[in-house]
Write a protein that binds this ligand. Structure first.
Ligand code: ARG
Length: 402
């Protein structure tokens, strides 16, 4: 019996070289897995190339629906934005790929899974920790972390061994994309003072180039999950794709961030996430109307915890399940519609409505029909202000303190 390794295969240079390298280094059969999470992958071309290089099995999977349902929507409902800005597209994709790798490994009786991540990023952590959490006995091999080859070394290695590679497609950036966003790093982006050049972007136009006329979109949520766009019900991938196009066309969704990686490095990261940015904005607006103040405030704190957990590769943990239980509970009445205006790089909420709304016109109005008990305020303020008054009487007023 030959030992098998299951490799996450993108079809690019690193993972193409990795197929051959794993065969040579471990004397193993290599099975590959290529997943479509909504990025620019040609599944059939990847399958063909993997088999051509010598893979014994080449799975290709369109997992867009599962990705949205099981990973993207939970993170959106939780409000998960890493360091307040990054919607976590790459970070959410990794556990799903790891889960599938492990499943194939178990089917094949493979001793290891493998991925193409380098030794200085977050993605290696996400793959390795996800695999450890799902199948602690399966080994994880990261060729690019071990082999110490430069890009030129890899090209030479591929040429020597007749590994077919496609060198035309390569840009000066390192890009990872799926439905939820496009992550761009390296090249001239490594200077945090340098403005990202237009060629770094693929999904959005610049605010300057965006149309003069704004576009308004209406997003309907059911229990914190987006279910319809402009009145039309859509499945998750379709809704996200449609909104990526609509918001991207208006220059919405560019994020430029100096980020704290788990491995201790600060790195300059540029993202495009038109749908994610718009949906997080809309979700928050709806929550402001459907949740009590304490629920909304506590949920904000949980959102940060959730984002850190996703970013740090801890998706398959009991902690995430527990946080999800809270999110399920707190979003059960977050249903309704939000109108967002997309214009010249900005997304702005311009309206919201919900059958679960806690907004009451008769309480809020300054016009006729006011139901608020103005007289009751005096007594409330007397009690509410009691500590401040007591302290001023005992220790002198704040004003006297200069
Ligand atoms: N910094 C992001 C993250 O850790 C994106 C990494 C994406 N990788 C890439 N090759 N661009 O989730």
């Amino acid at each position: 019996m030959t030992d098998t390794i299951v490799l996450a295969y993108s079809g690019g240079l690193d993972t193409s070289v990795a197929i051959r390298w794993l065969q040579e280094r471990y004397g193993a059969d290599v099975a590959t897995l290529t997943m479509d999470l909504g990025g620019a992958v040609d599944l059939e071309a990847a399958r063909r190339r993997a088999l051509e290089i010598g893979a014994v099995r080449a799975d290709v999977v369109d997992a867009r629906e599962e990705f949205v349902r099981e990973y993207v929507w939970p993170a959106l409902r939780a409000g998960a934005l890493y360091e307040g800005v990054y919607p976590l597209a790459t970070a959410l994709g990794r556990p799903l790929i790891a889960e599938r790798l492990v499943r194939i490994a178990q089917e094949e009786g493979a001793f290891a899974i493998a991925h193409g991540c380098t030794g200085k990023g977050n993605d290696q952590v996400r793959f390795d920790v996800s695999a450890a959490a799902l199948a602690p006995s399966v080994k994880v091999v990261a060729p690019a972390r071990e082999w110490g080859m430069t890009r030129d070394d890899e090209i030479a290695y591929a040429k020597e061994r007749g590994v077919p590679i496609d060198l035309n497609k390569r840009s000066s950036y390192s890009v990872d994309e799926n439905l939820w966003g496009r992550s761009i790093e390296a090249g001239d982006l490594e200077d945090p003072w340098a403005e990202p050049p237009e060629e770094a972007f693929g999904w959005t136009v610049s605010a300057d180039a965006a149309p003069d006329a704004p576009r308004c979109v209406e997003i309907r949520f059911a229990q914190g999950v987006p279910v319809a766009l402009d009145g039309q019900e859509m499945d998750g991938p379709a809704l996200i794709e449609t909104l990526n196009a609509a918001a991207g066309e208006h220059g919405v969704g560019r994020i430029d961030h100096v980020e704290n990686r788990l491995v201790g490095i600060k790195s300059r990261e540029v993202y495009e996430a038109p749908a994610a940015v718009t949906l997080h904005l809309a979700r928050r607006a709806l929550e402001q109307m459907c949740l009590a103040k304490e629920q909304a405030r506590f949920k904000e704190r949980l959102a940060q915890e959730y984002a850190d957990l996703v970013y740090n590769g801890l998706w398959f943990t009991a902690h995430r399940r527990d946080l999800d239980a809270y999110v399920d509970s707190v979003t059960r009445r977050v249903s309704g519609t939000v109108r967002v205006r997309l214009h010249k790089g900005a997304a702005t909420v311009t309206g919201r409505e919900s059958a679960e709304s806690l907004y009451r016109h008769d309480l809020a109005t300054y016009d006729a029909g006011d139901a608020f008990d103005h007289q009751a305020s005096a007594g409330f303020i007397k009690v509410f202000g009691l500590p401040a008054r007591t302290q001023a009487q005992a220790q002198g007023g704040e004003a006297q303190r200069r």
